[in-house]
Write a protein that binds this ligand. Structure first.
Ligand SMILES: Cc1cc2nc3c(=O)[nH]c(=O)nc-3n(C[C@H](O)[C@H](O)[C@H](O)COP(=O)(O)O)c2cc1C
Length: 395
């Protein structure tokens, strides 16, 4: 069976589903060229804006959240847009298309409410040879007071107006990148599609405040003692990205580029299952380098072989019809917690405490042996999650 990693994304043939998202890893010709040589199917260039709107970057613009083992699970940035003028991006896109004609180069652009600025940027990127445009209507921290980024992307009317004005200026596909911070991402998605968007990318980062130094009360990341609300990314945001992509795919019929927390090939499969036609990756590359593309593609190939898939597009949306209103889920599907590996129990009693204080008091320790009182257990599953040893499972 001939099997390929190629996918189609709004009329563009990608050699595999993985694009670098618009961010630090796509801020220069040199970095992008290195990534493309390593096997990335394409890139979305670091967002460019009219030169007069660019602001400097602050020192200390990243901070992280770690799990108990020290792994970085969440990443916050308060980075701005590109530090380079529009002319740099015109040259870079032209050079990238000359040097890598088979790769997909999408130009990310942003302006303020001035429609002519959007159109001017769009035309310049199209003329330079970009395969598509991505409208950044979703940065949660750049010039919000000037009505840019997520300030536009949270407003249906404004988002639709910007999409329509860019669409009228160019012939290449227009992808709109949405924010998970919108109160209803489906309303925004429907509005930009009605305005002509050819595809949607989601998500940009999630607005957060990572923490506060409890001695100095400096909020983090501290820039001379102060901070801004920033953007959260990395594995911690994958569930938010999946939710947004699923909701967009349920509400519209344009292709979706799934973004957020992708670090391993399985994440890509999950994004496809909820409606993505390709994916974009940033934080995993910032933390581990462009070369993560090799295990991502190897894992996908092995998965496709195992599943007998000829094309990854075959699974786009495979999980969508299984996501429904909670009230339509089966209330008759009886499952109970069961002791499946009693020999692994270390009697830490985490399951007991959780079940006693947040569940139904169904866990028992009789002569130091764990058991579940089936008449009390209602299958909530809490004990199976808090057990560090895999002693309990629903059955
Ligand atoms: C340091 C940093 C800079 C970013 N800059 C941009 C940007 O210029 N334009 C944009 O659309 N998104 C930008 N993003 C958002 C990413 O493209 C991506 O949407 C987000 O980080 C979620 O994906 P991830 O979890 O794979 O990082 C940036 C993210 C980070 C961490």
């Amino acid at each position: 069976m001939s099997q390929t990693l190629q996918v189609q994304f709004c009329g563009i043939l990608l050699e595999n589903p993985c694009l670098l998202s618009s961010a630090s890893p796509t801020q220069s010709y040199e970095g992008i060229a290195k990534a493309l040589k390593l096997g990335w199917a394409g890139v979305v260039t670091k967002t460019c804006a009219p030169d007069h709107l660019i602001t400097a970057d602050v020192a200390n613009r990243f901070t992280v959240l770690r799990d108990n083992a020290g792994n970085i699970t969440g990443f916050e940035n308060i980075e701005g847009l590109t530090q380079k003028p529009v002319a740099y991006w015109e040259t870079t896109i032209r050079d990238l298309k000359r040097d890598f004609p088979g790769k997909c180069i999408i130009a990310s652009i942003m302006a303020d409410e001035d429609r002519e600025s959007w159109q001017d940027l769009a035309r310049r990127m199209e003329k330079a040879g970009a395969d598509a445009l991505e409208l950044n209507l979703s940065c949660p921290h750049f010039r919000l007071e000037d009505n840019m980024g997520a300030a536009i992307g949270k407003d249906e009317t404004l988002a639709a107006a910007i999409t329509a004005c860019v669409k009228s200026a160019v012939r290449i596909p227009v992808v709109v990148k949405l924010t998970p911070n919108a109160s209803n991402i489906q309303d925004i998605a429907r509005a930009v599609v009605a305005a002509g968007a050819d595809a949607i990318a989601a998500i940009n980062t999630v607005q957060i405040l990572m923490g506060v130094d409890i001695d100095t009360f400096a909020p983090l990341p501290a820039v001379n003692g102060h901070t801004s609300f920033g953007g959260y990314s990395g594995v911690a945001v994958k569930p938010i990205g999946l939710r947004c992509v699923a909701q967009i795919a349920q509400a519209t019929d344009v292709p979706v580029s799934g973004i957020g927390g992708i670090a391993q090939w399985q994440d890509i499969v999950e994004y496809f299952a909820v409606g993505a036609s390709c994916v974009q990756i940033c934080t995993a590359v910032m933390l581990n380098g462009y070369q993560i593309i090799t295990p991502l593609l190897a894992g996908l190939e092995e998965y496709m072989n195992r599943k007998g898939l000829r094309n990854l597009g075959e699974i786009t949306g495979a999980a969508l019809s299984k996501i429904e209103a909670r009230e339509r889920l089966s209330m008759d599907w009886r499952r109970r917690s069961t002791v499946v590996a009693p020999e692994k129990c270390v009697r830490c009693a985490k399951c007991y405490v959780s079940c006693q204080e947040s569940g139904k008091g169904a866990i028992r320790f009789i002569e130091q042996r764990i058991s579940v009182d089936a008449s009390r257990c209602d299958g909530c599953s809490l004990c199976t999650h808090v057990c560090p040893q895999g002693v309990l499972a629903l059955s």
